[in-house]
Design a binder for this molecule. Sequence first.
Ligand code: MV4
Length: 500
Amino acid sequence: MFKKILIANRGEIACRVIRACREMKIGTVAVYSDADSDALHVRMADEAYHIGPPHSSESYLRGEKIIEAAKTAGAEAIHPGYGFLSENADFVRQVTAAGLVFIGPPPEAMEGLGGKMSARKIAIEAGVPIVPGTTEPLRSFDEARSTADEIGYPVMLKASAGGGGKGMRLVFEESELKSALENAQAESLASFGDDAVYIEKAVVRPRHIEIQVFSDTHGNHVYLGERECSIQRRHQKVIEEAPSPINSEELRREMGECAVKVARAVNYVGAGTVEFLVSDVDRSFYFLEMNTRLQVEHPVTELITGIDLVREQIRVAAGKPLSFKQEDIRLTGHAIECRVYAEDPDKNFMPSPGRIARLRLPHGPGVRDDGGVYEGAEVSIYYDPMISKLAVHGRDRAEAIDRMRRALREYEVGGIKTTLPFFRDVMEDEEFISGNLDTGFIPRFNERHKKVEVPQEIADAAIVAAALAMASGKPAAASAQPETSKWGEAARTAAMRNRL
Ligand code: MV4
């Protein structure tokens, strides 16, 4: 077993990995930029190495600096956390070439699953259902038109190099297709330097449900239940829960077995998450992508399985077999996680950096706060504004909601704005409590609470446009607007979410 591990990350996930190492009696090495010299993960680690200026491209993304720190410290392995270099196959190769162990999957698996097109092909090969559509980028408008006729409207155009919804367009009828294709290609080129776009059947009112899988170096692949991640804002998950409110043993087994097929197909090693879209109409599910890292929302899976996923990552990276078999997995109770961001819900969730003048964390039965800050800490402008994840566990979903309400009441943050008030409202919301969730939840919630997610003038126009389009029975007005305008973007997003 390793004697010392370097954590190539910051914030709450760095603190999380340090905790697992401490319990395993493994020494910990933190790395930090100028902006993080007083950060919690630096204070918690046994030793810490400065790796450069605040901007990630000069620090947390500089693989050679991280490897140099690991060698100087005498660390045998590097844990990447999530984000930064956690899915960078070249970094994995550099770590291995330096004689160190990367705590994560092999680079080949990372590369095979990293591209949307190759991932879809792997899923097809593995006999896992994908959304009907192309597995190669569209070569012409005519091909887009004929494919759309074949699969039927509505269709979704997606950037092959894309992620997080960038370059994605929902198209309800042929008249919108040409402009949607041109704009998806333009946005993809601007965002990723690659204008390749493919087409899929649009899954209407989809739930985003993902399966946690774990594989070791002895050919074992196990699924650890599912997570419901349908409550997203701008394609960022904000509330996650396990199990899904659907909570069907059969669906869990079918999706879990598909997730394991994908992992086995690429000789996966470590923690991975297979994302699916699940139609709320008939519960059909479709492979979306596989994330080759530990996810932000891993705590809800840990709470219902009792398994420490970070400890398991470290054991597997050290060559040990998984400490459980599929038949050992028992899901107990229900867990919910709220991602606490330093953002102002009354100002369109814009970041609210600054000094945390007051911090009172919730505690007590079934409450877990994975945080990366302390009272007096600075929330920096340089990094993702998530300051912690508040997770709760109860015997069932109702108890978990009650516990989350109680924890949110106890949670106090002063000096900066946070998303805590938003979560307090969600926990009282009838649609949320019903568990009938889909990816259109937040736009509908905002409607009910008269909060808009985009600048006021744009939001009002977008909602009116979508409402007029709905009233007229025509496709969302947004799609008739110049797609490059912010107005069009906002209207389209609002309309897409309401119509999916
Ligand atoms: C879809 C979809 C419906 N049909 N693909 C969003 C980004 C990436 N995670 C994939 N996403 C989706 N792909 C098809 N064929 C619905 C989503 C989706 C979504 C779409 C619009 C607004 C919010 C969303 C949140 C999660 C997933």
